[in-house]
Design a protein around this ligand. Structure first.
Ligand code: XUL
Length: 528
């Protein structure tokens, strides 16, 4: 009898605060996981929440931190006993929009890595700058200039799927070109965090994928090519070469590099599937059906919806979809998600979610009319400055309310904001709708109950894993590999189970509150 060799697939998630890895088998069952937390495991980079903040809205991360985290996570997988020779394909997800600036000669270094040494030692001098990341809000002037150059915000949204946003890579590149021309000129390649991470495995520059590439304000999402006018507005004639040609997300981009074969025992035929943005990966991982909403509760909160066609959005973004099932996807990103919830939990009750939830349970749904907007970091949807605003039932602004009312005001108003802005983007919920929740905070049942009531829709969670972006990376590795080699895998359908259903009075409570949210949010100063 011929023994069948087991097959496995490896996924990575280069997220804001940590690097995670997951190994699944051919039945898509999770076999092994490893995780590196940047602030805790790599304190020498002095990050807080994985980033370094400047004085004028600049938020960056040192790319060498991510390289060192990869060395570490690989060692943790080795210690966990992973047999890399069974891995047929690797893929990854990464925080969106961040850019990695490689100096001239970097690709040669990538091609000639010695398997005797750590990556971070060999790549210590390849980065031209710290990487601006998605929390950066320092490029407002560049956004306005880009919009103007292509005929206004609506026109830019029509072509690239989004108006100009501070964190999008095009405005970030424009700022670098304008303020640090020497650095721009010394740059051989600009990667997204996703294509940078893929390059580490590939041993040469990996292409940007179309889905994450549509988070740059530079890609024409209809022709799937770079938009020449947008490129011209953000850099010089060499920018197109610095970016390379984008590829469909469901692409095999090559075999894993010799470094990984020699150092970790991967087989030389192990395929690399294009890495993509975390939200794009989550959509693939959640296998969303039409009418379902993906709700990712991470550092930021994100709503995801698979779309058949691209409609220009008033706010939020249309991206090229990561799979053939969803040619396009809608994305709404609220920058104040878990980190903000956690900050206020710490302030109100200390570091325990149980204590926070106990206080929350001492209040009633609707919170006797108390509402609050908490933006610890400048908000993306709606574009607004950081700050905290509280109101009583009559709409009177308050400086302070009792902590129990704050707990509920924080969560209810967040959920109301998610629904209001989704509706503004023509998201329509119906009887068959579901919210499929994922991300770290999706384990918090109290929070999910609030979302269920506010959306008046049942909330499901993915049974297998709370992190859809990470699991999505491994699933994409398996799906794209199986298409590539023409071998069907017994990969399972998405398994989800309901965790919260709306109470019968949900609509009566939250419809008027939705109206109030729309009025109150007008009082918050917009980011100019
Ligand atoms: C999406 C966005 C964030 C990051 C977080 O547009 O900026 O969700 O991808 O990792």
């Amino acid at each position: 009898m011929i023994e069948q060799t087991p097959k496995s697939f490896l996924g990575f998630d280069f997220s804001t605060q940590r690097l995670k890895a997951v190994l699944i088998d051919e039945n898509y069952v999770v076999r092994q996981e490893a995780d590196v937390e940047f602030d805790v495991d790599l304190p020498e980079f002095r990050t807080s929440g994985g980033v370094v903040r400047g004085e004028r809205g600049e938020v960056t991360a040192p790319p060498l931190l991510w390289v060192k985290a990869l060395d570490m996570v690989m060692d943790r997988l080795v210690l966990a006993g992973v047999d890399f020779s069974t891995v047929e394909a690797v893929s990854g997800a990464a925080q969106q929009h961040g850019s990695v600036w490689w100096t001239k000669g970097s690709e040669d270094k990538l091609k000639n890595l010695s398997s005797e040494d750590f990556l971070h030692i060999q790549l210590a001098s390849v980065f031209a700058a710290d990487s601006p990341v998605w929390m950066d809000s320092s490029t407002s002037a560049d956004c306005r200039a880009l919009e103007e150059a292509v005929g206004g915000p609506e026109e830019l949204a029509k072509v690239t799927g989004s108006r100009a946003y501070e964190r999008f890579t095009g405005p970030q590149i424009r700022k670098m070109y304008r303020t640090r021309p020497r650095l721009y000129n010394a740059t051989e390649r600009i990667s997204l965090v996703s294509s940078f991470a893929c390059s580490l495995f590939l041993g040469k520059y990996a292409p940007i994928d179309l889905s994450d590439g549509s988070g740059m304000n530079l890609l024409d999402i209809h022709s799937m090519k770079w938009c020449e006018e947008a490129l011209k507005a953000c850099g010089d004639e060499d920018l197109v070469n610095k970016l390379g040609t984008p590829v469909p997300t469901a692409s095999v981009v090559g075999n894993i590099s010799k470094y990984f074969v020699e150092r970790y025992g991967f087989k030389s035929t192990c395929k690399l599937v294009a890495f993509t943005g975390d939200n794009c990966s989550a959509l693939a991982g959640l296998r969303l059906r039409s009418g379902w909403v993906g709700l990712s509760l991470g550092t930021s909160d994100t709503l995801l919806l698979g779309l058949q066609e691209a409609r220009a959005p008033p706010a939020g973004h249309i991206l090229v979809g990561p799979t053939a099932d969803a040619p396009y996807m809608a994305l709404l990103c609220f920058s104040n998600g878990s980190l903000t919830r956690q900050n206020h939990r710490d302030r109100l009750v200390g570091p325990s979610w149980d204590d926070f939830n106990e206080l929350l349970r001492s209040t009633v749904r609707g919170n006797m009319g108390y509402m609050g907007i908490y933006y610890d970091t400048a908000e993306i949807v709606p574009r607004a400055v950081s700050g905290r605003w509280l109101w009583d039932a009559s709409g009177k602004p308050l400086e302070k309310v009792a902590p129990q009312f704050e707990t509920r005001a924080l969560l209810e108003t967040q959920a109301l904001a998610r629904r209001a802005h989704a509706e503004d983007m023509a998201f329509r919920l119906d009887k068959s709708s579901r919210i499929v929740a994922t991300g770290g905070a999706s384990v918090n049942k109290e929070l999910l109950q609030i979302f269920s009531d506010v959306f008046n829709t049942p909330v499901y969670i993915q049974e297998q894993h709370a992190n859809a972006a990470l699991l999505g990376a491994a699933i994409r590795a398996a799906d794209v590999w199986s298409d590539h080699v023409g071998l069907k895998l017994s990969g399972s359908e998405l398994k989800v189970s309901p965790v919260a259903t709306p109470y019968s009075d949900a609509e009566n409570i939250y419809t008027p509150m939705m109206k109030r949210y729309r009025e109150l949010v007008q009082q918050v100063p917009t980011l100019c």
